[in-house]
Design a protein around this ligand. Structure first.
Ligand code: ACO
Length: 331
């Protein structure tokens, strides 16, 4: 209770961040030896210079584990203190159990709730939104939120239109209940009607064998259409976030966007009237790591000292589904 007798509002506040990239780096020049492409084409169209590729046997759960250990250390939180683990991924280790359950066991966070969220590249923002609601309602006080992917496992390395875009990586945050302002609002959207513009149409219920024969276990994408939809959806969710919080765009200290394509990031920054030196860009170093990309960028900005306590951060993402979303928070 506060001095006035009213119960103070509880926010989900980021107590620590962590990230992890596999050791193996594949540059644009490396790819130009495999498919008909060039560093110049990839860098000018996407901003990507290199990506990290998980070693044989290295899984999404492994990447998630390393990122989570770093986030827990940064937060000064023991795994045994966690009430919940929410993990965004579209490349789980297994069909079941969830990667969150595998992670829970490995961290020693026994007994707490643990589940995956599949929202493709928006997976971390979706997971963050779910965790925020658990904390706001008092159902949890300490939550580990992870975005982790090994997207290169379903890349067709002979398709130059997609193989140059993706990489593997993971990021994590520890959220704690706090009376100081943390996450202010989250906004989630989806449009399943556009699924065929970006998808991997293989799965359990439709039958692996038939689909594998027809399409192969790989990402299919109509890149220029995805590009247009991404820019439009992100514009709209950014406007929605500002309006909901009664904020002028100049209030944002940092834009921490999904790292898919530098041109998409620049379009959102322009909409916000933000100079690029207030936008966190890491896509050049790890390509599109799907759910991993927003927490990877956040962790880098925090550890480099660019993002400081008290600043206002706008996180956003767009991905297959389509799904898109945002989170506005005071760090
Ligand atoms: N190297 C060289 N040439 C290439 C390559 C390559 N790697 N890939 C495609 N091309 C060629 C095409 O074959 C085409 O050639 P043509 O004119 O002879 O037919 C030409 O380049 C232009 O192709 P477009 O697809 O029109 O190129 P575009 O400028 O749209 O760039 C890109 C393609 C980079 C994929 C872009 O559309 C994009 O980034 N879209 C967003 C996709 C995305 O980020 N998806 C990830 C998931 S969703 C998300 O995270 C936002």
């Amino acid at each position: 209770m506060s001095e006035t007798g009213a119960t103070p509002r509880v926010y989900a506040r980021i107590a620590g961040t962590g990230s992890y990239l596999p050791a193996n780096v594949v540059t644009n020049d490396d790819l130009s030896k495999v498919v008909d492409t060039s560093d110049e084409w990839i860098a000018s169209r996407t901003g990507i210079r290199q990506r990290h590729v998980a070693a044989e046997g290295e899984t999404t759960g492994d990447l998630a584990y390393h990122a989570s250990v770093r986030a827990l250390e940064a937060a000064g939180v023991e795994a045994s203190e966690l009430d919940l683990i929410v993990l965004g991924t579209t490349t789980p280790d297994l069909v079941f159990p969830s990667t969150a359950c595998l992670l829970q066991h490995r961290l020693g966070a026994n007994g707490c709730g643990a589940f995956d969220v599949n929202a493709a590249c928006s997976g971390f923002v979706y997971a963050l939104s779910v965790a925020d609601k658990f904390i706001r309602t008092g159902a949890a006080r300490t939550v580990l939120v992870v975005g982790a992917e090994t997207l290169t496992r379903m890349v067709d390395w002979s398709d130059r239109a997609t193989c140059v875009l993706f990489g593997d990586g993971a990021g994590a945050v520890v959220l704690k209940a706090d009376t100081e302002t943390g996450i202010l609002s989250t906004h989630l959207h989806a449009d399943g009607g556009k699924k065929e513009l970006l998808w991997n149409p293989v799965g359990v219920s439709v039958g692996f064998k038939e689909q594998e024969k027809n399409a192969g276990v790989r990402i299919h994408m109509t890149g220029n259409e995805v590009f247009k939809h991404a820019v439009k959806a992100l514009d709209s969710v950014v406007e929605e976030t500002l309006a909901e919080n009664g904020l002028d765009r100049r209030a944002i200290d940092w834009l921490i966007p999904h790292q898919a394509n530098l041109r998409i990031i620049e379009a959102t920054a322009k909409r916000l009237d933000l100079p690029m030196d207030r936008v966190v860009v890491t896509v050049d170093r790890h390509g599109n790591t799907s759910s991993g990309s927003v927490p990877l960028a956040l962790d880098e900005a925090v550890r480099s000292g660019r993002v400081e306590r008290g600043q206002l951060l706008l996180l956003e993402a767009f991905g297959g589904g389509f799904t898109w979303g945002s989170a506005l928070l005071r760090y």
